[in-house]
Design a binder for this molecule. Structure first.
Ligand code: SF4
Length: 383
Protein backbone atom coordinates (compact mmCIF):
# COMPACT_ATOMS: atom_id res chain seq x y z
CA UNK A 1 0.00 0.00 0.00
CA UNK A 2 2.75 2.43 0.97
CA UNK A 3 4.68 1.74 -2.23
CA UNK A 4 1.52 2.38 -4.28
CA UNK A 5 0.90 5.62 -2.40
CA UNK A 6 4.42 6.90 -3.08
CA UNK A 7 4.18 5.89 -6.73
CA UNK A 8 0.79 7.57 -7.08
CA UNK A 9 2.37 10.89 -6.12
CA UNK A 10 4.98 10.59 -8.87
CA UNK A 11 4.14 11.58 -12.45
CA UNK A 12 7.08 9.82 -14.04
CA UNK A 13 10.03 7.54 -13.33
CA UNK A 14 12.97 7.64 -15.74
CA UNK A 15 15.70 5.03 -15.55
CA UNK A 16 19.00 5.60 -17.26
CA UNK A 17 19.93 2.64 -19.40
CA UNK A 18 23.28 2.31 -17.60
CA UNK A 19 21.37 1.69 -14.36
CA UNK A 20 19.20 -1.10 -15.72
CA UNK A 21 21.22 -3.90 -14.10
CA UNK A 22 21.02 -2.34 -10.65
CA UNK A 23 18.80 -3.76 -7.94
CA UNK A 24 17.04 -0.41 -7.65
CA UNK A 25 16.12 -0.22 -11.34
CA UNK A 26 14.94 -3.83 -11.34
CA UNK A 27 12.74 -3.14 -8.35
CA UNK A 28 11.32 0.03 -9.89
CA UNK A 29 10.50 -1.87 -13.08
CA UNK A 30 8.70 -4.47 -11.03
CA UNK A 31 6.56 -2.18 -8.89
CA UNK A 32 5.84 0.75 -11.22
CA UNK A 33 2.94 0.77 -13.67
CA UNK A 34 4.48 0.59 -17.17
CA UNK A 35 2.81 3.79 -18.39
CA UNK A 36 4.75 5.78 -15.77
CA UNK A 37 8.19 4.43 -16.53
CA UNK A 38 10.72 5.26 -19.25
CA UNK A 39 14.20 3.97 -20.03
CA UNK A 40 16.33 6.93 -21.13
CA UNK A 41 19.75 7.48 -22.68
CA UNK A 42 20.07 11.12 -21.62
CA UNK A 43 19.21 12.72 -18.28
CA UNK A 44 15.71 14.23 -18.33
CA UNK A 45 15.96 18.01 -18.61
CA UNK A 46 19.67 17.78 -19.45
CA UNK A 47 19.51 21.09 -21.31
CA UNK A 48 18.06 22.99 -18.39
CA UNK A 49 20.23 25.90 -17.23
CA UNK A 50 19.84 28.35 -14.35
CA UNK A 51 17.40 28.54 -11.48
CA UNK A 52 14.09 26.69 -11.58
CA UNK A 53 10.78 28.51 -11.68
CA UNK A 54 8.21 27.66 -9.00
CA UNK A 55 6.39 25.44 -11.47
CA UNK A 56 9.59 23.63 -12.49
CA UNK A 57 10.61 23.14 -8.86
CA UNK A 58 7.22 21.62 -8.05
CA UNK A 59 7.44 19.35 -11.09
CA UNK A 60 10.95 18.20 -10.11
CA UNK A 61 9.43 16.53 -7.03
CA UNK A 62 7.17 14.38 -9.17
CA UNK A 63 9.73 13.04 -11.63
CA UNK A 64 12.11 10.43 -10.20
CA UNK A 65 15.29 9.78 -12.16
CA UNK A 66 17.16 6.57 -11.35
CA UNK A 67 20.80 6.61 -12.45
CA UNK A 68 24.34 5.95 -11.20
CA UNK A 69 26.00 8.80 -9.31
CA UNK A 70 29.37 9.92 -10.61
CA UNK A 71 31.43 11.54 -7.86
CA UNK A 72 32.04 11.25 -4.13
CA UNK A 73 29.10 10.01 -2.12
CA UNK A 74 30.63 10.83 1.19
CA UNK A 75 31.41 14.29 2.58
CA UNK A 76 31.47 16.40 5.69
CA UNK A 77 28.32 18.15 6.96
CA UNK A 78 28.06 21.70 5.51
CA UNK A 79 27.99 23.17 9.04
CA UNK A 80 31.59 22.04 9.48
CA UNK A 81 32.71 24.21 6.58
CA UNK A 82 31.39 27.31 8.37
CA UNK A 83 33.34 26.73 11.57
CA UNK A 84 34.00 30.41 12.23
CA UNK A 85 30.33 31.26 12.67
CA UNK A 86 28.70 27.96 13.65
CA UNK A 87 29.19 25.33 16.30
CA UNK A 88 29.05 22.02 14.47
CA UNK A 89 29.13 18.39 15.46
CA UNK A 90 31.34 15.71 13.85
CA UNK A 91 28.95 14.65 11.17
CA UNK A 92 29.39 13.22 7.69
CA UNK A 93 26.82 12.90 4.97
CA UNK A 94 26.25 10.14 2.46
CA UNK A 95 23.89 11.26 -0.26
CA UNK A 96 21.98 8.52 -2.06
CA UNK A 97 19.84 10.90 -4.05
CA UNK A 98 18.87 14.55 -4.34
CA UNK A 99 15.56 16.44 -4.06
CA UNK A 100 12.67 15.36 -1.90
CA UNK A 101 9.10 14.29 -2.52
CA UNK A 102 7.90 16.23 0.53
CA UNK A 103 7.22 19.93 0.33
CA UNK A 104 8.28 22.08 3.28
CA UNK A 105 7.89 25.81 2.76
CA UNK A 106 11.25 26.63 4.34
CA UNK A 107 13.23 23.86 2.62
CA UNK A 108 16.78 24.93 1.89
CA UNK A 109 16.82 22.84 -1.29
CA UNK A 110 14.96 25.77 -2.88
CA UNK A 111 18.20 27.72 -2.89
CA UNK A 112 20.45 24.73 -3.42
CA UNK A 113 19.07 22.57 -6.22
CA UNK A 114 18.43 23.53 -9.80
CA UNK A 115 17.84 20.05 -11.11
CA UNK A 116 14.50 19.53 -12.87
CA UNK A 117 14.13 15.98 -11.46
CA UNK A 118 14.44 14.08 -8.20
CA UNK A 119 17.45 11.76 -8.22
CA UNK A 120 17.76 8.25 -6.79
CA UNK A 121 21.27 6.86 -7.24
CA UNK A 122 21.39 3.29 -8.45
CA UNK A 123 25.02 2.50 -7.48
CA UNK A 124 24.73 2.06 -3.72
CA UNK A 125 27.63 -0.42 -3.91
CA UNK A 126 29.99 2.47 -4.81
CA UNK A 127 28.88 4.36 -1.73
CA UNK A 128 29.60 1.31 0.40
CA UNK A 129 33.02 0.98 -1.28
CA UNK A 130 33.82 4.53 -0.18
CA UNK A 131 32.88 3.63 3.38
CA UNK A 132 35.03 0.47 3.23
CA UNK A 133 37.96 2.64 2.16
CA UNK A 134 37.39 4.96 5.10
CA UNK A 135 37.15 1.99 7.45
CA UNK A 136 40.73 1.00 6.62
CA UNK A 137 42.03 3.92 8.72
CA UNK A 138 39.08 4.95 10.83
CA UNK A 139 36.88 2.02 11.82
CA UNK A 140 37.84 2.57 15.48
CA UNK A 141 36.68 6.21 15.62
CA UNK A 142 33.14 7.29 16.49
CA UNK A 143 32.09 8.80 13.17
CA UNK A 144 28.48 9.70 12.55
CA UNK A 145 27.15 9.30 9.04
CA UNK A 146 23.79 10.69 7.96
CA UNK A 147 21.88 10.09 4.74
CA UNK A 148 19.42 12.97 4.93
CA UNK A 149 21.23 16.06 3.65
CA UNK A 150 19.67 16.69 0.23
CA UNK A 151 16.93 14.09 0.39
CA UNK A 152 14.71 12.75 3.16
CA UNK A 153 16.43 9.53 4.33
CA UNK A 154 13.26 7.45 4.42
CA UNK A 155 10.52 9.13 2.38
CA UNK A 156 11.35 6.95 -0.65
CA UNK A 157 12.80 4.04 1.32
CA UNK A 158 9.81 1.70 0.87
CA UNK A 159 10.69 1.98 -2.85
CA UNK A 160 14.49 1.87 -2.69
CA UNK A 161 14.86 -0.30 0.44
CA UNK A 162 18.34 1.21 0.84
CA UNK A 163 18.00 1.26 4.61
CA UNK A 164 18.43 -2.53 4.71
CA UNK A 165 21.95 -2.88 3.16
CA UNK A 166 23.08 0.25 5.02
CA UNK A 167 22.05 -1.16 8.39
CA UNK A 168 23.72 -4.46 7.50
CA UNK A 169 26.91 -2.63 6.45
CA UNK A 170 27.12 -0.63 9.67
CA UNK A 171 26.79 -3.84 11.67
CA UNK A 172 30.40 -4.50 10.67
CA UNK A 173 31.55 -1.16 12.15
CA UNK A 174 29.93 -0.82 15.56
CA UNK A 175 32.00 2.25 16.49
CA UNK A 176 30.35 4.19 13.67
CA UNK A 177 26.82 5.51 13.79
CA UNK A 178 24.40 5.52 10.88
CA UNK A 179 21.73 8.19 11.05
CA UNK A 180 18.53 8.31 9.04
CA UNK A 181 16.73 11.63 9.18
CA UNK A 182 13.12 11.84 8.11
CA UNK A 183 9.76 13.54 8.30
CA UNK A 184 8.02 10.32 7.28
CA UNK A 185 6.85 7.35 9.33
CA UNK A 186 8.38 4.82 6.92
CA UNK A 187 10.17 2.41 9.22
CA UNK A 188 8.43 -0.96 8.84
CA UNK A 189 10.72 -2.04 5.98
CA UNK A 190 13.81 -2.23 8.25
CA UNK A 191 12.43 -2.90 11.73
CA UNK A 192 13.34 -6.58 11.64
CA UNK A 193 16.85 -6.12 10.20
CA UNK A 194 19.54 -7.23 12.71
CA UNK A 195 21.73 -4.29 13.72
CA UNK A 196 24.62 -3.49 16.01
CA UNK A 197 22.78 -0.88 18.09
CA UNK A 198 24.57 1.86 16.14
CA UNK A 199 21.66 3.04 13.98
CA UNK A 200 19.93 6.26 14.91
CA UNK A 201 16.58 6.88 13.32
CA UNK A 202 15.94 10.55 13.74
CA UNK A 203 12.92 12.70 13.14
CA UNK A 204 12.80 16.26 12.15
CA UNK A 205 9.72 17.17 14.15
CA UNK A 206 7.77 20.29 14.93
CA UNK A 207 4.75 21.75 16.66
CA UNK A 208 1.66 20.19 15.06
CA UNK A 209 0.45 23.54 13.71
CA UNK A 210 3.77 24.07 11.94
CA UNK A 211 3.60 20.57 10.45
CA UNK A 212 0.09 21.19 9.15
CA UNK A 213 0.84 24.63 7.74
CA UNK A 214 4.41 24.31 6.50
CA UNK A 215 5.47 20.66 6.01
CA UNK A 216 3.22 19.53 3.18
CA UNK A 217 3.01 15.82 2.44
CA UNK A 218 4.86 14.76 5.59
CA UNK A 219 3.69 12.50 8.42
CA UNK A 220 1.84 14.11 11.30
CA UNK A 221 3.55 14.65 14.64
CA UNK A 222 1.71 11.64 16.13
CA UNK A 223 2.68 9.41 13.18
CA UNK A 224 6.35 10.38 13.53
CA UNK A 225 6.32 9.75 17.28
CA UNK A 226 4.59 6.38 16.79
CA UNK A 227 7.22 5.39 14.24
CA UNK A 228 9.96 6.47 16.65
CA UNK A 229 8.42 4.36 19.40
CA UNK A 230 8.40 1.32 17.07
CA UNK A 231 12.10 1.87 16.32
CA UNK A 232 13.02 2.25 20.00
CA UNK A 233 11.14 -0.97 20.75
CA UNK A 234 13.37 -2.77 18.22
CA UNK A 235 16.54 -1.44 19.86
CA UNK A 236 17.23 1.33 17.37
CA UNK A 237 18.36 4.61 18.84
CA UNK A 238 16.03 7.48 18.13
CA UNK A 239 16.71 11.20 17.93
CA UNK A 240 14.63 14.30 17.39
CA UNK A 241 15.53 17.46 15.55
CA UNK A 242 13.11 20.18 16.61
CA UNK A 243 14.11 22.24 13.66
CA UNK A 244 13.19 24.76 12.47
CA UNK A 245 11.48 26.39 15.41
CA UNK A 246 8.97 28.67 13.74
CA UNK A 247 7.26 31.54 15.48
CA UNK A 248 3.47 31.35 15.41
CA UNK A 249 0.95 32.88 17.81
CA UNK A 250 0.73 29.69 19.92
CA UNK A 251 4.40 28.74 19.64
CA UNK A 252 5.00 28.36 23.36
CA UNK A 253 2.08 25.96 23.76
CA UNK A 254 2.93 24.11 20.53
CA UNK A 255 6.54 23.46 21.50
CA UNK A 256 5.64 22.67 25.13
CA UNK A 257 3.18 20.05 23.87
CA UNK A 258 5.82 18.54 21.61
CA UNK A 259 8.42 18.36 24.41
CA UNK A 260 5.83 16.85 26.75
CA UNK A 261 4.84 14.18 24.22
CA UNK A 262 8.48 13.21 23.69
CA UNK A 263 9.23 13.06 27.41
CA UNK A 264 6.09 11.02 28.10
CA UNK A 265 6.69 8.50 25.30
CA UNK A 266 10.45 8.01 25.77
CA UNK A 267 13.00 7.76 28.53
CA UNK A 268 16.05 10.08 28.23
CA UNK A 269 18.33 7.07 27.71
CA UNK A 270 16.24 5.94 24.72
CA UNK A 271 16.76 9.22 22.90
CA UNK A 272 20.20 9.60 21.36
CA UNK A 273 19.96 13.37 21.21
CA UNK A 274 17.54 16.24 20.71
CA UNK A 275 18.76 19.04 18.50
CA UNK A 276 17.12 22.41 18.15
CA UNK A 277 17.45 24.97 15.39
CA UNK A 278 15.48 28.07 14.48
CA UNK A 279 14.12 29.10 11.10
CA UNK A 280 16.85 30.14 8.65
CA UNK A 281 17.11 30.33 4.92
CA UNK A 282 19.16 31.85 2.16
CA UNK A 283 17.84 35.28 1.10
CA UNK A 284 17.72 34.22 -2.56
CA UNK A 285 15.06 31.57 -1.91
CA UNK A 286 12.52 34.08 -0.59
CA UNK A 287 10.93 34.79 -3.95
CA UNK A 288 10.55 31.05 -4.70
CA UNK A 289 8.95 30.46 -1.29
CA UNK A 290 6.51 33.34 -1.89
CA UNK A 291 5.58 32.00 -5.31
CA UNK A 292 5.17 28.44 -4.09
CA UNK A 293 3.50 29.00 -0.71
CA UNK A 294 2.01 32.51 -0.88
CA UNK A 295 1.98 35.05 1.89
CA UNK A 296 -0.12 33.03 4.33
CA UNK A 297 2.86 30.82 5.15
CA UNK A 298 4.43 31.45 8.57
CA UNK A 299 7.78 31.40 6.82
CA UNK A 300 7.10 33.98 4.12
CA UNK A 301 5.42 36.22 6.73
CA UNK A 302 8.35 36.04 9.15
CA UNK A 303 10.46 39.06 10.02
CA UNK A 304 13.99 37.88 9.33
CA UNK A 305 17.40 39.54 9.48
CA UNK A 306 20.67 38.80 7.66
CA UNK A 307 23.10 36.90 9.90
CA UNK A 308 26.91 36.56 9.84
CA UNK A 309 26.79 33.43 7.70
CA UNK A 310 24.60 35.16 5.10
CA UNK A 311 21.38 33.35 6.01
CA UNK A 312 18.21 35.11 7.11
CA UNK A 313 17.39 34.38 10.75
CA UNK A 314 15.07 35.59 13.47
CA UNK A 315 16.38 38.28 15.74
CA UNK A 316 18.95 36.90 18.19
CA UNK A 317 16.68 37.64 21.20
CA UNK A 318 13.72 35.76 19.74
CA UNK A 319 15.93 32.77 18.87
CA UNK A 320 17.25 32.65 22.42
CA UNK A 321 13.77 33.00 23.87
CA UNK A 322 12.57 30.05 21.82
CA UNK A 323 15.66 27.93 22.59
CA UNK A 324 15.39 28.60 26.31
CA UNK A 325 11.71 27.74 26.29
CA UNK A 326 12.30 24.35 24.65
CA UNK A 327 15.42 23.50 26.67
CA UNK A 328 13.66 24.42 29.94
CA UNK A 329 10.64 22.32 29.03
CA UNK A 330 12.82 19.24 28.52
CA UNK A 331 14.91 19.91 31.59
CA UNK A 332 11.76 20.37 33.69
CA UNK A 333 11.06 16.68 33.18
CA UNK A 334 14.63 15.64 34.04
CA UNK A 335 18.23 16.77 33.63
CA UNK A 336 19.27 13.78 31.53
CA UNK A 337 17.82 14.92 28.19
CA UNK A 338 20.65 15.61 25.75
CA UNK A 339 19.58 18.80 23.99
CA UNK A 340 21.86 20.71 21.63
CA UNK A 341 21.66 23.43 19.00
CA UNK A 342 22.24 22.69 15.35
CA UNK A 343 23.83 25.25 13.02
CA UNK A 344 23.99 27.89 15.74
CA UNK A 345 26.54 30.42 16.85
CA UNK A 346 28.70 29.97 19.99
CA UNK A 347 26.89 33.03 21.47
CA UNK A 348 23.57 31.16 21.38
CA UNK A 349 25.11 28.21 23.17
CA UNK A 350 26.45 30.44 25.92
CA UNK A 351 23.15 32.29 26.34
CA UNK A 352 20.81 29.32 26.27
CA UNK A 353 22.89 26.46 27.71
CA UNK A 354 25.51 26.13 30.41
CA UNK A 355 28.32 26.81 27.92
CA UNK A 356 29.74 25.73 24.58
CA UNK A 357 29.26 22.06 23.56
CA UNK A 358 32.68 21.03 24.82
CA UNK A 359 31.73 22.33 28.26
CA UNK A 360 28.34 20.61 28.49
CA UNK A 361 28.24 17.11 29.98
CA UNK A 362 26.59 14.58 27.66
CA UNK A 363 27.42 16.60 24.53
CA UNK A 364 31.21 16.59 24.55
CA UNK A 365 31.47 13.42 22.50
CA UNK A 366 29.38 14.83 19.67
CA UNK A 367 31.55 17.88 19.22
CA UNK A 368 35.07 16.72 20.04
CA UNK A 369 36.98 17.11 16.74
CA UNK A 370 38.09 13.85 15.13
CA UNK A 371 40.99 13.34 12.70
CA UNK A 372 40.19 14.15 9.10
CA UNK A 373 39.38 11.19 6.88
CA UNK A 374 41.79 10.42 4.07
CA UNK A 375 39.71 12.03 1.28
CA UNK A 376 39.46 15.28 3.28
CA UNK A 377 43.23 15.35 3.76
CA UNK A 378 43.64 14.86 0.02
CA UNK A 379 41.07 17.58 -0.76
CA UNK A 380 42.85 20.05 1.52
CA UNK A 381 46.19 19.11 0.06
CA UNK A 382 44.92 19.73 -3.46
CA UNK A 383 43.70 23.18 -2.40
S1 SF4 B 1 11.55 16.91 4.28
FE1 SF4 B 1 13.47 18.08 4.29
S2 SF4 B 1 14.30 17.88 2.23
FE2 SF4 B 1 12.12 17.31 2.16
S3 SF4 B 1 11.03 19.17 1.58
FE3 SF4 B 1 11.03 19.04 3.83
S4 SF4 B 1 12.86 20.23 4.46
FE4 SF4 B 1 13.07 19.76 2.27
Amino acid sequence: MLVEKILSELDRISIHESALDSGLAQRMLKVTPSEKIAIVQDPPGAHHRGALTAEQFNASKRHLYVHPFVGKFFKRCPGATQKKTLTCCNYYVLNLGAQCNFNCSYCYLQSYLNTPVMHAYSNLSHALDELEEMAKDHSHLPYRVGTGEVIDSLSLDPLTLYSVPLIEFFKKYPRWTLEFKTKSDHVDQFLSVPHAGNVVVSWSINAEEVIQREEHGTASQAQRLNAARKCADQGFQVAFHIDPLIWHPQWEQGYSDLADRITSLFKPEEVHVISIGALRFQPEQRHLMRERFGLTSLVTQAEMFPSDGGKMRYDFRLRNQMYQHVVNRFKSSGQKWKVFFCMETPESWINSMEGTPLQVDGLKDFFRPLPKIRSEREQNHNC
